[in-house]
Design a protein around this ligand. Structure first.
Ligand code: NAD
Ligand code: UDP
Length: 311
């Protein structure tokens, strides 16, 4: 099996490359390192079944030989990143999706795309199930990411309906783990970095907004299982264990033993007030549910960041 992974140099993509190599696949990773890095590939770069192609997937790409699976994961993903690269984010969600679908069509490959819980926007339905159409502000700052991913989903369904492509759409909820960037601006690396440096923990708003954090190995298992199915509608992959951001800050403080104080900063525009996946569909379809408790996954991630910071 030969599997193409766009965004394979990023946090989630690198874990996917690793898993597919472990399963015996040849892996071709396409990345332009706009938010990823070469060091994410360190643990498997020398594997003879691994190939890296430096390329912006929003531009056409020819791949020689057979491809059995195309996994499209390229996209800035943290709010700070996609606000820094709004046009690249829109391009990779639209043109990048088109290019990667074109490769899958030419190679008669299975296709799986990383969509997001952000397609639900600031949700009015809680928890979010796949039949909810969402509440997105198309012209707000987050619109560049949310609408790109909504377009992605439409494009993928069009390729399925028009060309009979075997497509899969996952809606990923906040996922964390080793190989996240300490400076990507997401809440977990921010809080852990601040706690380890003894700096104030920056809670945005009053911290009453909620998120539900999934450890990366659970996500990868869900992706592996879904790819083997012929199911084409979107599937939520996330951990339903919901927590307020203020509680989460306290958990990081306790876990790290840090004496940092909590400070409050303005809540970014259109920041979703609640988020929690309804995973009934994934449970029924894949017999899947998250296994890694937040305390365990957070400890492993904290150890990773400590090592990175030489602590
Ligand atoms: P990441 O920033 O670590 O990884 C994204 C990777 O894509 C990076 O290596 C980046 O360099 C690459 N990339 C971006 N634009 C590209 C382009 N035009 N051409 C080639 N490579 C490009 O982020 P991540 O958290 O690993 O996210 C991976 C995917 O999962 C994204 O599509 C994201 O939208 C989706 N997702 C992630 C989460 C999460 O919580 N981590 C939640 C929902 C969805
Ligand atoms: N957040 C925070 N402090 C930070 C970074 C983020 O309070 O230093 C909040 C942010 O406002 C949001 C939640 O944490 O309510 C999750 O933010 P993140 O950027 O990780 O991702 P999102 O779920 O918003 O895409």
């Amino acid at each position: 099996m030969r599997t193409l992974i766009t965004g394979g140099g990023g946090f989630i993509g690198s874990h996917l490359c690793e898993r597919f190599l472990k399963e015996g696949h040849e892996v071709i990773c396409v990345d332009n390192f706009i938010t990823g890095s070469l060091t994410n590939l360190d643990e498997f770069r020398d594997n003879p079944r691994f190939t890296f192609i430096g390329h912006d997937i929003s531009n056409p790409l020819k791949i020689k030989g057979e491809i059995h699976n195309v996994l499209h994961f390229a996209s800035p993903a943290s709010p700070v990143d996609y606000l820094n690269y709004p046009i690249q984010t829109l391009k990779v969600g639209s043109l990048g999706t088109h290019v990667s679908l074109g490769i899958a069509k030419e190679k008669k490959a299975r296709y799986l795309v990383a969509s997001t819980s952000e397609v639900y926007g600031d949700p009015e339905v809680h928890p979010q199930h796949e039949n909810y159409w969402g509440n997105v502000n198309p012209i707000g700052p987050r619109g560049v990411y949310d609408e790109a991913k909504r377009f992605t989903e439409s494009m993928v369904m069009a390729y399925h309906r028009t060309h009979g492509l075997n497509t899969h759409i996952i809606r990923i909820f906040n996922t964390y783990g080793e190989r996240m960037r300490l400076d990507d601006g997401r809440v977990l690396p921010n809080f852990m970095g601040q706690a380890l440096r003894g700096e104030p923990i920056t809670v945005y708003g009053d911290g009453s907004q909620t998120r539900s954090f999934q450890y990366v190995s659970d996500l990868v298992e869900g992706i592996w299982r879904l790819l083997a199915t012929d199911y084409h509608e979107p599937v939520n992959l996330g951990n339903p264990d919901e927590v307020t951001i203020l509680e989460f800050a306290k958990e990081v403080l306790e876990l790290s033993g840090s004496k940092s104080e909590i400070v409050y900063k303005p809540l970014p525009q259109d920041d979703p007030k609640v988020r929690k996946p309804d995973i009934t569909r994934a449970k029924q379809l894949l017999g899947w549910e998250p296994k890694v408790k937040r305390q365990v996954g957070m400890k492993q991630t904290l150890d990773f960041f400590k090592k990175k910071m030489g602590k």
